[in-house]
Design a protein around this ligand. Structure first.
Ligand SMILES: [Ca+2]
Ligand SMILES: [Ca+2]
Length: 413
């Protein structure tokens, strides 16, 4: 293990805008105040892609932001609430020599925010180009420690670390590896001293992008893997139980014929194992759809009651590009980064759904300061109670710097 370099900055939440409390009343009991603001990338370079991915700790006191093109090789920024102010507590970059591999393509954070993992899927490993690596950071005692996980069976172009999901108690990390070939997902368990491979799975065919998205329940009882390239881009997601290979498996797809739907581009599962969601951003001319499935203890079912599908507002929205569900499956957020807002093409939007016991209601989250090609909602994450929501705006132009990127923070008090 090695101690990583840690630098500390202070960043004050800028551009705070108050919104109407009633806007969220159907989802969380009033009275509420909704505070929003933006963090721009601390590195003021063009094409940083800050906000490409985001992760929020369960307790809502910290979040991480990936900027996969910062400095030409990528970086991740970690923020923590201190009093009433968000402070940048850690800044990580892939400062190991030659590690140009889009560090920060994926990031995941444990419930307490003290363990997180960063994917570097396009870096070389064991001389295999674009085989990929994952870095795990754990705060122990008074220091951050880093462990590097390499692809257990490296081959060129596998993109190990393209997607990640750590359990809230940081006991298990699932890593997607969707590149060349069938694609894989690996589970690493935390033994306390190291992370070990536990299981490996693969799907049939080539370029199925199996592992492009991953999710798991906190107890490791279910894991969900997206394969958006399967059947020539029709796409599907698979839910499995552990241990395999004899465990339960079920396939989710749109049920609508035709390719280029990219089902499984995103997946999410609630901690209580009751609700799974699969994003199909390419369905119906990129309108997009999110399919919901409910678990009754033995099988997952779609299409009734709580498992009603959600559709994008219009064509060319890419609704369902990202997903996040809270632990008891009463809140769900879905990104639509290609949504056109007025005259702004592909500004993007996100949609927050709340289950009130009998039906879903939703509210749209739109950046009032948005612009064309912002791709707001490419990434989104929320805390367990839904009161901290972080949305990536990786295409945001900041002070004339094209696609420097920013994140949009919603705090529901
Ligand atoms: Ca559009
Ligand atoms: Ca832009």
């Amino acid at each position: 293990m090695k101690i990583i370099a840690v630098s500390v900055f202070v960043t004050v939440l800028a551009s705070i805008t108050a919104c109407a409390p009633a806007a969220v009343a159907p989802i969380v009991n009033p009275p509420l105040t909704l505070t929003s603001g933006k963090f721009v990338s601390p590195n003021s370079d063009e094409y940083d892609g800050f906000g490409h991915c985001v992760a929020v700790s369960a307790d809502g006191t910290s979040f991480a932001v990936g900027a996969q093109n910062a400095f030409g090789y990528g970086a991740v920024y970690h923020y923590k609430k201190n009093g009433g102010t968000w402070i940048e507590t850690i800044f990580m970059e892939s400062n190991l020599s030659g590690l140009a591999g889009l560090y920060g393509t994926a990031v995941t954070v444990s419930g307490d925010g003290l363990t997180f993992a960063v994917g570097v899927p396009y870096t070389a490993c064991s001389s295999f180009a674009e085989s990929g690596l994952v870095f795990v950071y754990q705060y122990t005692g008074s220091k951050w420690y880093m462990t590097m996980l390499s692809n257990p069976a490296p081959q060129p172009g596998q993109h190990f670390g393209y997607s990640l999901a750590v359990t809230p108690d940081h006991s298990s990390l699932i890593i997607g590896c969707p590149g060349e070939g069938a694609g894989f997902a690996y589970i690493f368990t935390n033994t306390g001293t190291n992370w070990m491979q536990r299981y490996q799975s693969s799907d049939e065919g080539i370029r199925v992008l199996y592992g492009a998205s991953v999710a798991q329940t906190p107890d490791g009882g279910a894991w969900l893997i997206g394969a958006p390239g399967t059947e020539i881009g029709h796409g599907a997601a698979y839910v499995k139980s552990i241990p395999q290979p004899t465990g339960y498996q079920q396939k989710f797809e749109s049920g609508i014929p035709g390719g280029s739907q990219m089902a499984g581009s995103s997946v999410a599962v609630s901690s209580n194992h009751n609700l799974a969601a699969v994003g199909i951003p390419g369905l119906n001319g990129d309108q997009g759809r999110v399919i919901i499935a409910e678990y009754n203890g033995s099988v997952w079912t779609q299409m009734s009651g709580k498992s009603t599908n959600f559709n994008g507002a219009s064509l060319s929205n890419s609704f369902g590009t990202c997903l996040s569900i809270n632990p008891d499956a009463t809140l769900l957020i879905a990104g639509a980064p290609m949504a056109d807002m007025g005259a702004n093409t592909n500004q993007g939007a996100a949609y927050l759904y709340g289950w009130d016991g009998t039906k879903w209601t939703n509210m749209s989250i739109v950046d009032t300061d948005g612009a064309s090609e912002d791709y707001f909602g490419q990434s989104a994450a929320m805390s367990d109670n839904g009161r901290l929501i972080v949305i990536g705006i990786e295409g945001d132009d900041v002070a004339g710097q094209v696609n420097q990127g920013s994140v949009y923070i919603l705090e529901i008090k």
